[in-house]
Unconditional design. Sequence first.
Length: 141
Amino acid sequence: MVESRCGILCSQCAAAENSTFDPQKFISAVAKQDAKALQAFFTPEAIIRWHDSNEQFTVAEYIQANCEYPDTWSGEVVHTAKTKGGMIIVSKIFSCSATVHVTSVLQLTNGKISHADEYYADYNDDIPQWRKEMNIGIPIN
């Protein structure tokens, strides 16, 4: 939802604000390490934070870090949720040697990322032995 001129949260305003941002195209550009495509998703002054490694980037630095990351990657959007002024994207980014889940909390301005807080989780499909012994839970998929 976006606060309208009258101060009321308005789902129509939120849809209009975020309508030009396509999360699947963004994640695809990230995974393909497509610098030109990535540039178009950000406002010039955007700030991107990777909290897991305690790093903050400008757009140019983010694109450099992403595009020079070793390996060939693919990506898929797992879930999205619109927020007041932005969007949350949960994605899975993977290569032949690694898989990570990424939660991106985005603030959007005119359909472009003006602020991003990203959180990474290494994918590990092995349940630790101590938890197996508890015999609790069921597989998600």
